[in-house]
Design a protein around this ligand. Structure first.
Ligand SMILES: Nc1ncnc2c1ncn2[C@@H]1O[C@H](COP(=O)(O)OP(=O)(O)OP(=O)(O)O)[C@@H](O)[C@H]1O
Length: 328
């Protein structure tokens, strides 16, 4: 089975994205080589049984000094010791690169939380420690109804533990796969995108860039959207050039190794809008940044996506998104 047929697509007027496929493919080949020769896997077809596999992240840090401790969190020195005794650990609800996520109850209040247990042995390199520091520091700053709430951080003998609000509804990727034709109706997608946009606005107020927004990192909790996985996020105002994220969601300025800023999360919002409304991501490696829409999409959603899936200079700001008629 194949992805949603886009044969009746209309072409984007943007010249920026035309004729870029060769260069795009070459850059992706370079990324592949740089990823320790591990093959880069494209997002699996939504119709494939392998669809629940995670999409590949490019993990290349070009300019960052991994020894630099920008957040002043010295893991193993200032981190509280074992507080796991205060929790009753229940079933596993997820797993990531470095560990597992469990449902748990705080003994005293019987309130439900999620504990992300990160295996210290797997987190050997300083680069990865840096990523964990970043995740903790950034999530500590964020308090918003559409952002997964950070609660506590401590360590045990074998794990670092992040206590988080428990999002019981699974990932947006899982729920997308359950929709008819693996896509949401426009009203349902609009409701989701509005919540993600509210979360982006809050992050931008604090100069935070998530850098890996995608359905796998968005969770459902009591019918509400929660942004999660701040492992690639950064907090500062300067432009950056570290290449990271997930192939299908990489913005052109990252692919072409230019400086970027917080507008990369708005590009991701555009890709997410496309994926939720069509069941596939907009840009395929072979085609470059050639934006085409299926006929069934409304003019309003296409207008929103054209405002986001364009080059950095022309990309619309978050205020424009939140005032857009498709989100009203
Ligand atoms: N607070 C939470 N509530 C409910 N489920 C969660 C929570 N945090 C994580 N999960 C589940 O665990 C999975 C892995 O978590 P997370 O993405 O944070 O780990 P990771 O190591 O950063 O993953 P990755 O390998 O994608 O970077 C998520 O996809 C989700 O299904």
């Amino acid at each position: 089975m194949k992805r949603q047929n886009s044969a009746n697509a209309t072409k984007s007027p943007s010249k920026y994205f035309s004729n870029s496929s060769n260069q795009f493919s070459e850059i992706l080949r370079q990324i592949t080589r740089n990823c320790n020769n591990k093959p880069i896997r494209k997002a699996s077809s939504p119709n494939s049984n392998k669809q629940m596999q995670q999409r590949v992240k490019t993990q290349i840090s070009i300019t960052r000094n991994p020894n630099q401790n920008i957040y002043n969190i010295k893991i193993s020195e200032s981190v509280p010791k074992n507080k796991l005794q205060y929790f009753q650990v229940l079933e596993q609800i997820g797993s990531g690169k470095f560990g597992k996520v469990y449902k748990c109850l705080l003994n005293q209040t019987k309130k439900l939380y999620a504990i992300k247990m990160i295996d210290k042995l797997k987190l050997k390199t300083k680069q990865m420690m840096h990523q964990l520091q970043r995740e903790v520091a950034v999530q500590q700053m964020l308090k918003h109804q559409n952002i997964l709430q950070f609660v506590e951080f401590f360590e045990t003998k074998n794990n670092y533990c992040l206590v988080l609000e428990c999002a019981t509804g699974g990932t947006l990727f899982q729920s997308l796969m359950k929709q008819q034709n693996r896509r949401y109706s426009e009203p349902a997608a609009s409701n989701i995108i509005k919540q993600v946009a509210c979360a982006i606005q809050q992050m931008q107020k604090l100069s935070i860039i998530h850098r890996d927004l995608k359905p796998e990192n968005i969770l459902w909790c009591d019918g509400q959207i929660k942004i999660s996985d701040f492992g690639w996020s950064v907090q500062d105002k300067k432009e950056r050039d570290t290449l990271c994220g997930t192939i299908d969601y990489l913005p052109p300025e990252m692919v072409y190794r230019q400086q970027y800023d917080n507008s990369i999360d708005l590009w991701s919002l555009g890709v997410l809008t496309f994926e939720l409304t069509t069941g596939r991501t907009p840009f395929q490696v072979q085609e470059g940044f050639n934006l085409q829409f299926p006929d069934y999409l409304s003019g309003d959603v296409k207008d929103l996506m054209r405002g986001l899936l364009t080059d950095k200079i022309n990309r619309k700001p978050i205020e424009w998104v939140l005032n857009h008629v498709w989100l009203s």
